[in-house]
Design a protein around this ligand. Structure first.
Ligand code: RFL
Length: 386
């Protein structure tokens, strides 16, 4: 049984289904909701390779676009890193997460897969035994009980899998002390690169999604409602931080989605508790600063799927025994780089954050990235790597 029809749950369900392992997906939201929920947009090469290996990359190859440049803008200058020519020399693929979820869902259903939408799991029981149960409520609020050999918790950070972990499970949490206003604008990208602006008013980010849609981020005061700023104020602030005076104004358009994100890390150790296994955001939440969350979710989903196939089809439990340790190596590397990006782009929280000392450290780091080829290679390796 798989909880959650997001990137992790659907990648897992597709691989299991193709291997002839019977599985059912429970999803709290409607199909329309999961197919239109816009989040990630940059897929690393490993994600494309995983999807390719399992015949799930058709949409990605058809509509995804290679993306290999980022630009850092400060109040004293700017520089560009063509990261697809540095380090491992590989680009991202720009492909909206909701398109990937739509592809995965279509593929799974066409192969005979079963998804129960509007069915929220409440809790997973009996995870120490060989027949765990899942209590859920269907669309009418009627309680239902499911029984399975294994339960894959792919239902995010606030899902039922995490709520069902045994008392005493270790959880490593960090609040990075930064909040972003995240925006989707019906406006073509204004740069042909990912834009990172480091301004005295705070960070601003520009990320292409499609030729018609651009994602923007603005560092924002925590606790301020997402709708507190008018669209004009948002565009003026984006122009200011992204250096419109020097680089030209941004291409404006209606903002059709906005929300606030507190940048946090949150890792559960271990990812396996008997017959309950975690993947994706349920296993480890990453701050979106390095765009790793969906990519780690796909990596974990493949590892878990292959381990489940080995166990259920071939009676070999080695992969399941090693699942958590194998994932956590990647999780912590992604956490480390994401935190590095957070620290590069924001002053530390607290009264000392805006001090000359911290400001100078960040400038030194940017200068090193601008001038040092080995630093640039390291950046590229981590930026597109998992
Ligand atoms: P998802 O995609 O949230 O799917 C979880 C699913 O579980 C369902 N669910 C339940 N179902 C049944 N019972 C319950 N009790 C349930 N509770 C929840 C939910 O409805 C949902 O359908 O998690 P998954 O599969 O683990 O995938 C993780 C990724 O979605 C996430 O890490 C990324 O979106 C993070 N992220 C990015 N990652 C990247 O790799 N590259 C990016 O460019 C990137 N940009 C972003 C992002 C996350 C963002 N937000 C919203 C935090 C940009 C943003 C703005």
């Amino acid at each position: 049984m798989v909880l959650g029809a997001g990137v992790a749950g659907l990648t897992l369900a597709n691989i299991l289904q193709a291997a002839g392992i019977d599985c059912v997906v429970l999803e709290r939201a409607t199909r329309a909701h999961v197919e239109t929920r816009a989040r990630a947009g940059f897929l690393v090469p490993n994600t494309a390779r995983v999807l390719d290996r399992h015949g799930l990359a058709e949409g990605l190859h058809r509509d995804g676009r290679p993306h290999g440049s980022c630009e850092f803008r400060t109040e004293t200058g700017s520089f560009r890193l063509d990261y697809s020519t540095l380090g491992p020399c590989e680009p991202h693929t720009a492909y909206p997460q909701q398109n990937l979820v739509t592809d995965l869902l279509a593929h799974y259903l066409a192969a005979g897969g079963r998804v129960h939408f509007e069915t929220a799991a409440d809790a997973v029981h009996d995870i120490d035994g060989p027949r765990p149960t899942v209590d859920a409520r269907d669309a009418d609020g009627r309680p239902r009980r499911w029984r399975a050999r294994y339960v894959a918790g792919c239902d995010g950070r606030h899902g039922a899998a995490r709520r069902s972990l045994p008392p005493g499970t270790r959880r490593h949490q960090r609040d990075h002390g930064v909040t972003w206003l995240s925006l989707l604008a019906e406006a073509p990208p204004s740069l042909d690169a990912i834009g990172y602006a480091l301004h005295r008013n705070g960070f601003a980010g520009h990320m292409t999604r499609t030729p018609q849609v651009t994602r923007y981020y603005l560092q924002y005061e925590r606790g301020t409602p997402a709708d507190a700023w008018s669209e004009d104020r948002i565009w003026d602030e984006l122009d200011l931080r992204l250096g419109a005076a020097e680089h030209g104004p941004l291409r404006r358009g209606p903002i059709f989605q906005r929300g606030t994100i507190d940048l946090e890390s949150d890792v559960v150790e271990t990812l396996r508790h008997g017959s309950l296994l975690l993947a994706g955001d349920a296993a480890s939440l990453l701050p979106p600063a390095a765009a790793k969350g969906a990519n780690v979710a796909v990596l974990e989903a493949e590892l878990l799927a292959l381990a489940l196939v080995d166990d259920l089809a071939h009676g070999d439990p080695t992969g399941l025994d090693q699942y958590s340790d194998r994932c956590l190596v990647h999780v912590w590397r992604a956490q480390e780089f994401s935190r590095w990006m957070v620290q590069l782009m924001h002053a530390p929280a607290g009264p000392d954050g805006a001090s000359h000392f911290h400001d100078s450290l960040r400038r030194a780091r940017i200068e090193s990235l601008r001038t040092s080829r080995s630093h640039q290679d390291w950046f590229a390796e981590n930026y597109v790597g998992i």
